[in-house]
Design a protein around this ligand. Structure first.
Ligand code: NAP
Length: 242
């Protein structure tokens, strides 16, 4: 299989790409210096030259705080860039796997299903929600909502009253690899690829048993209490693949 990847140098890309290469896949993952996804001609040329079977779109402007200060830069990468990737993928008939986020939901209810309506609560999330529509508008696309943390929990505290279905980058990279290897059997247009619902504290303690419990009550910034995703659709599919 030949796969064209955006965001290959990022946190997830650095975990996932070596796994695909080890599996014998041909991976083409240009940096933003070589192919900026904001440049439609550059993206179209790169994807058309590569002629991949799959386009895995992970590149994004991911700094949530900076995005509030620089809407233009965030919009250019997350919305215009995603639109360019979706169009270029469709032009050569490649399957597009578009990586999105649990943050398209507001985090007030938790256990969001693929069919729930997004309700972004910051500018980054808004652009990711719009980007999903660019992917959805192309045939042969799969939107994957996921969430991951650095493989080591490096903070002294974690919230006991904030809930997530995120997992560590290595854990989610294994899930994404399984998804990509079985992509031809997946008919869904949106999938939640995460693990079970848990508190952030529980997740942190898996890698750092000394971490202390904190609370979101009284935090200086708004912390969404529960951005967990219902991943039962993915868990059912996984049972067929393993
Ligand atoms: N991190 C999370 O907690 C989280 C949670 C849910 C979903 N996600 C989604 O998962 C995906 C990967 O996130 P990540 O945390 O691994 O990303 P990251 O570490 O922040 O890396 C961002 C990546 O995007 C690339 N990029 C940025 N601007 C670009 C441009 N103009 N053209 C081409 N590439 C560009 C960067 O490439 P260069 O290094 O070459 O500049 C880099 O590889 C994103 O779509 C993100 O929204 C992340």
């Amino acid at each position: 299989m030949k796969i064209f990847v955006t965001g290959g140098s990022g946190r997830m890309g650095s975990e996932l790409l070596p796994r695909l290469i080890k599996h014998g896949w041909e991976v083409i993952a240009p940096s933003s210096q070589t192919v900026s996804i904001t440049n439609v001609d550059s993206v179209t040329r790169a994807i058309s030259t590569a002629q991949p079977d799959i386009v895995l779109h992970m590149a994004a402007y991911t700094d949530v705080a900076k995005a509030e200060q620089d809407h233009t830069a965030c919009y250019a990468v997350n919305v215009v860039g995603s639109r360019n990737i979706a169009r270029a993928s469709a032009q050569i008939g490649a399957r597009l796997v578009h990586i999105s986020t649990d943050y398209v939901f507001d985090g007030e209810k938790g256990m969001y299903k693929e069919t729930d309506a997004p309700n972004p609560s910051n500018y980054y999330s808004l652009t990711k929600a719009i980007a999903e529509e660019a992917a959805r508008a192309t045939t042969n696309s799969l939107i994957v909502r996921t969430s991951f943390k650095d493989a080591v929990w490096k903070y002294p505290m974690a919230f006991a009253d904030q809930f997530t279905s995120a997992d560590y980058t290595d854990v989610i990279a294994s899930e994404l690899k399984l998804l990509l290897l079985n992509l031809s059997s997946i008919q869904a247009d949106v999938l939640h690829v995460v693990t079970e619902r848990k508190s952030i504290l529980e997740l942190a303690k898996r890698r750092n048993p000394h971490v202390q419990a904190g609370t979101i009550v009284g935090a200086k910034v708004h912390i969404p209490p529960d951005v967990s995703l219902d991943s039962s659709r993915w868990q059912d599919l996984k049972r067929q693949f393993m």
